[in-house]
Design a protein around this ligand. Sequence first.
Ligand code: GLC
Length: 460
Amino acid sequence: MRHLFAGVLVALSLAALGAQDRGPAQLPDETAAQKEARLAWWTDARFGMFIHWGLYALPARHEWVKKYERISDADYQKYFEQFNPDLYDPKAWARRARQAGMKYAVITSKHHEGFCLFDSKFTDYKATNTPAKRDLLKAWVEAFRAEGLKVGFYYSLLDWHHPSYTIDRNHPQSPANDAEFDALNKGRDMAVYRQYLKDQVRELLTSYGTIDIIWLDFSFTGGGRGKNRDDWDSAGLLRMVRQLQPGIIVNDRLDLLDVPGGWDFRSPEQFKPREWVTMNGQRVPWETCQTFSGSWGYFRDETSWKSPAQLIELLIDTVSKGGNLLMNVGPTARGTFDERAKDRLSAFGRWMQLNGPSIYGATQAPDTFKAPPNSLLTYNPKTNRLYAHLLAWPMGEIVLEGYADKVKYAQLLHDASEVRMSARKSTTWISEDSRAGDLVLRLPILKPDVEVPVVELILK
Ligand code: GLC
């Protein structure tokens, strides 16, 4: 009798585990206008902070170190035992993000290594059991919200620590051939892991109030020993996410690109798209995520840090094509932002403090406006202002072809000083006819003390 009862229980729970909907994903659909309204705050914000923080901050040589160096769980354990971010001050992080001009932030609640910054009921592999002894996510959410930023969680679909997660080609223990894969995967069961992943995402979306963004990372299909929508039960997971947090914005890595409602924005990674990202010929919301120096986690010896000018240009370039920029910081294992990161954030802040109007609420300029040489245009449709970002400071004047009769007033954005306009160029000895439709801007010879100066054109 006892046995029978236990058997029924096992059967019931197995049925629950297997109950994920694998059929055609009927995800809640919405009209294009409804989606646009749901994403409006994010589209206007344009600029956010990504934070990759986990045990990999200790080795400080890439967040994929466990895979790259094929470190076993036993050998990786030392980082868990040593994790003691004694200088962790999320309020200081949040202040820096706000001062850099960022409007939202997304943090790794769990990365591929499987370690959780939050106090999950479903694992012991979490910050509360390290010398940190607390839920590091809770204070983070509170601090970022208090600075007026929207908050998002990155959650890794991959898990290199969970015992049921099957060994795939990205796993630190990936062997050389199929027979070994099969041997290693005996006893591992993705149904168990799928439940774990769903339980943790539910925890994340029910324990910390309103969560504005969820970043689920990532599917790797094709090529063998990958993982796709069936491994994660992507449709079921996403349905749960939208049910728990109806307003939430979701990235595109669940392997549901072909499913209506299966993603909210495209996420080109460490890559500058050549134009507004499209799907089936339609412009779609997009966000590029970028690093300061190449890796996402703290990497002590990396020297490939981008310059402030490169980074500011990256932000402008992104907005000039209708996209968002999610700029990553990899905090140290002490819980601090490294000086090089602080330096880049301050550079963003100095520029954004004066030039924010060319970024927030701005987008790609209408096709009727051609960007002058060495410049990037953005446009604010609400205020009907056009912004010319001058990447190379010109010698005295620039010609805006076809702008005549379109501009009411022009000024440098950072100090609201007038930029005089005229219909013709100031030529001597040769006469270079101004073409009909040209508008010539007269600029000072001296480049203003701004990383990338911006001319604000108030349109008629
Ligand atoms: C990749 C990497 C990962 C990083 C992420 C950010 O998927 O696996 O380390 O977190 O991209 O977009």
